[in-house]
Design a protein around this ligand. Sequence first.
Ligand code: ADP
Ligand code: MG
Length: 196
Amino acid sequence: MQPRECLEAFGFRPHRPRNLSRRRLCEGGSEAALHGLRPLARQRSTILDACSSIAARIPGQMKRIAANAEVTRQVAAEFVSDLKPGNVVALVGDLGAGKTEFVKGLAVGLDSPAAVTSPTFTLIHEYRGGRLPLYHMDFYRLSSEDELDEIGFDDYLSLPGICAVEWANRFPERIPGTAIWVTLSITENDERLISW
Ligand code: ADP
Ligand code: MG
């Protein structure tokens, strides 16, 4: 749902004082009338901000198209700016969908100088030096949940950093209910649809 639709769903309508056209207000309108509009505009933008953050909390409501890997990293860098210590990002998407690129963007957004690489063989990489530590996991090669216990997976979840888990859908029961699920899919044009 777009912020405007969300606004309308809550019963808000674009508001303008009766008998005053926008033109009159802007061209011939008195200073006072123009001042009168400002608080309204502010109120409206506050509501729009609130609606955007409500939309951000409804899974699947946020969607971005990334034409290339750099855009995917930028989307991730923006995305991580809203995250808090302890947040878990559960990444889903086919091989080559861009999950690792997304994690590279998380590191950029956290101002980490680390070079992110796929933890496919080591299961977990820790990147420090940024605003928060980033724990990067990959369930792709895990054959059983026991391996998660061996690496102390649950302990990482309670650390005050950001956990990003590729192929999280392989063991969804191990992902906390508060995790943010991010899905990457390859479009017909070889772009990536990123939704969360
Ligand atoms: P995954 O971790 O999902 O298997 P990777 O992030 O390792 O995927 O690889 C994605 C590959 O697709 C990279 O080679 C990257 O350059 C390429 N690519 C092309 N377009 C995009 C895009 N829009 N977003 C992310 N990766 C892209
Ligand atoms: Mg990967």
